[in-house]
Design a protein around this ligand. Structure first.
Ligand SMILES: NC(=O)c1ccc[n+]([C@@H]2O[C@H](COP(=O)([O-])OP(=O)(O)OC[C@H]3O[C@@H](n4cnc5c(N)ncnc54)[C@H](O)[C@@H]3O)[C@@H](O)[C@H]2O)c1
Length: 463
């Protein structure tokens, strides 16, 4: 994280200081009579408002609808939004207006509609996420910035005693993910990974079928990731002017210096390895997460990963992530996982000696062989994989109860790792041995492969 960042001293000092300061601030603004603005921790679990105060970082294609999901939760209060884009079109849907000012407007309109006065002006909009993280009246932050920012933002938030909802994939590299795992455990924070299929009852049922042996012995899992859904400029492309209201240096942050082009940033960052892991990490953080869940591999991973096929755009193209990929992982028990670019409406197929379970797009459907499995329900002695159907609610509940969320940090890390090591095998066009205990490649080509695991953040940003 930035050398400019400070973290405070002892937790107890911080809490005392927070409580006093929040109370005084609330009293000074007259907000003490209104439920708005008082952080939940200022008064403990039985606070009059009992609201969890939130700061949302990254208000683009995913961050804006995500923020709305949290607005819907009566015990949450969005106090701050942050984006390096003041507000513009040019996201996934070219006509959608997103960024910090549109987000602030959404928040204030939402709360205004619920007040007799129809007026609410209590959401601050920031360009610099450190201003959100340093606020002592914010309990938790939602990180929905591009992947190259996940580790820095999450680590800074954790060190400032915030709980974190971090979008998937957990981070851009394996070592960044490991740093997040360590920090969450060391600082005893709640972290929910945005692999929200864990809160999908159909996905859960599919995985319960597999875990309870209903398709017999599992032989193979096939996961799908989508193709590039945007076209970027080819070799010889020329930079374009940075739009007014867009803080490009702060968008790049820990990524290497690079000339601006609109296709580098909003939404399209996912097609460039400097910022993300291509569609493998984008879709795979869901589909490979389902595979890990169904296989019961949340605390482990495969022992081998091999590129079967990978295709890239010509050297010099702005998008450098593989356009098509197919890689094969093998677990120690012999089960194969094939992750391939294919129809993304199919997410994950578990193939067993006595049947099959296929989870379709966003877990909206599942298909079984034999058909009768579709109505199977776990009995009292069967393995059950949790409950609930709202990933955001689950996060807030866990912030209050301090219980583990449905997609805790280790889950995000291990599922993300499948995507990252698959990408590494494809970038090297290699077959590699992976040790899920030490989380390092071993054997032939290990040195080069391990170098991809490391974080390569540009100074002054560091883990
Ligand atoms: N759970 C899901 O199904 C799902 C779906 C889509 C995206 N995502 C994840 O959400 C994240 C964002 O993806 P997206 O599609 O919304 O991208 P996006 O480009 O549309 O939005 C990212 C936003 O973050 C902002 N940003 C960049 N650097 C910032 C910084 N330093 N401080 C504050 N804001 C900054 C950008 O300006 C942009 O508005 C990614 O990690 C992606 O994998 C998850």
């Amino acid at each position: 994280m930035s050398s400019k960042t400070k973290t405070s001293g002892k937790v107890s000092d911080r809490l005392d200081h927070h409580s006093r300061r929040s109370f005084l601030r609330a009293a000074a603004t007259g907000a003490i009579t209104a439920p708005y603005f008082v952080p939940a921790r200022a008064f403990g679990a039985n606070a009059p408002s009992n609201r969890i105060t939130l700061g949302c970082i990254g208000l683009g294609n995913q961050g804006t609808p995500l923020m709305k999901r949290f607005l819907e939760q009566a015990d949450a209060q969005v106090l701050a939004v942050c984006d390096v884009n003041r507000g513009s079109n040019g996201y996934k849907d070219d006509h959608q207006l997103l960024g910090r000012e549109p987000a602030k407007q959404i928040v204030e309109n939402f709360y205004a509609e619920r007040r007799p006065s129809n007026v609410y002006k209590g959401c601050d909009a920031y360009n610099d996420f450190r201003k959100v993280i340093e606020r002592d009246d914010i309990d938790a932050v939602i990180v929905a910035a591009p992947d190259h920012w996940h580790a820095i933002m999450t680590l800074m938030a954790i060190e400032n005693h915030k709980d974190v909802y971090c979008e998937k994939p957990l981070a851009r590299t394996v070592s960044e993910q490991q740093a997040i795992v360590r920090a969450v455990r060391q600082h005893k924070r709640i972290l929910q990974t945005g692999s929200h299929e864990r809160s999908n009852p159909l996905v859960r049922r599919a995985c319960e079928l597999v875990r309870n042996g209903k398709i017999g012995e599992v032989k193979r899992v096939v996961t799908h990731v989508g193709r590039h859904n945007k076209v970027g400029p080819g070799p010889g492309w020329t930079p374009t002017p940075v739009p007014d209201g867009f803080d490009y240096p702060m968008w790049l942050g820990p990524a290497p210096e690079a000339p601006y082009h609109k296709d580098r940033c909003l939404y399209r960052f996912r097609f460039n390895y400097d910022y993300a892991g291509g569609q493998v990490a984008n879709f795979g953080a869901h589909s490979n997460d389902m595979a890990q869940w169904g296989l019961g591999m949340d605390d482990s991973g495969p022992v081998e990963v091999e590129c079967l096929f990978a295709d890239f755009l010509p050297e010099g193209s702005l998008f450098n992530a593989a356009t098509y990929t197919c890689f094969r992982c093998v677990y120690a028990n012999g089960i194969e996982l094939i992750c391939q670019t294919a129809e993304p409406s199919v997410r994950c197929i578990f193939e067993g000696s006595e049947g099959l379970v296929r989870v379709d797009q966003l877990g909206a459907n599942f298909f079984t062989i034999p058909e009768s499995l579709a109505t199977w329900e776990p009995g009292a002695n069967d393995i059950r994989l949790g409950s609930g159907d709202n990933h955001y609610r689950n996060f807030l509940d866990c912030v209050k109860s301090r219980n583990e969320p449905i997609a805790p940090v280790e889950v995000g890390h291990r599922s993300g790792t499948i995507c990252h090591i698959g990408n590494i095998a494809c970038r090297m066009n290699a077959r590699l041995n992976w040790d899920p205990a030490s989380e390092r490649f071993i054997g032939s080509k290990a040195e080069e492969a391990n170098s991809y695991l490391e974080s390569d953040l540009t100074r002054p940003w560091h883990l």
